[in-house]
Write a protein that binds this ligand. Structure first.
Ligand code: IMP
Length: 179
């Protein structure tokens, strides 16, 4: 059953599951012999992080950060650090796990911030990428799906904190978006 506020499903559960399995195989090969730390960006990356961890065949640790630049369905452009890491990332192979890259402002802020902490390597895996929306140049090393410039929800992504629990990714009906 599709949620009544969803206009159409962009990526269903099966498509998401098999793409994450592929990403897991790629990361397992690329990180062989290393023990990366996966940094999940709260809250949107939670389902992706959980599925990616279980598809990653190398030992790894996890940590979380919370950043905010969004209000409703648009980016404010001002990135705030709300929750920081628990562990040091000095000399670690760091893999940032994001739900979606839109303007790129969040990740460019995050990249600069994390680089000052002396990681051995720093790469980004994002489930979704909206390359047409960039305000700063940033290209994730690993990407699940490139999608058009539409506001999407589900599988961790929200609109005003709703719809994160949907197991698929869909486009919201106009009537569900507050003017
Ligand atoms: P950026 O800084 O513009 O790249 O925005 C990144 C953050 O904005 C993501 O981590 C999401 O939380 C949020 N975001 C961007 N596009 C969407 C969308 O289509 N749906 C829901 N959240 C989005």
């Amino acid at each position: 059953m599709v949620h009544p506020d969803i206009e159409r499903v962009l990526l269903d559960e099966g498509v998401i599951r098999s793409r994450i399995a592929e990403l897991g195989r790629q990361l397992t090969a690329d990180y062989a012999g290393r023990k990366p730390v996966l940094i999940g960006i709260l809250k949107g990356s939670v389902p992706f992080m959980a599925d990616l961890m279980r598809n990653l065949g190398v030992d790894h640790t996890v940590d979380f950060m919370c950043l905010s630049s969004y209000s409703g369905d648009s980016s404010t452009g001002v990135v705030r650090l709300i929750l920081d890491l628990r562990e040091s990332i000095q000399d670690r192979d760091v893999l940032v796990v994001e739900d979606i890259v839109d303007t790129g402002l969040t990740l460019s802020y995050l990249r600069q911030n994390l680089l000052t902490r002396g990681p051995r390597t720093l790469e980004l895996v994002t489930l979704l990428d909206k390359p047409d929306c960039r305000k700063v140049s940033i290209s994730p090393r690993y990407c699940g799906f490139k999608i058009p410039n539409e506001f999407v929800v589900g599988y961790g992504l929200d609109y005003n904190e709703a719809y994160r629990h949907l197991p698929y990714i869909g486009v919201l009906k106009k009537s569900a978006v507050k003017a």
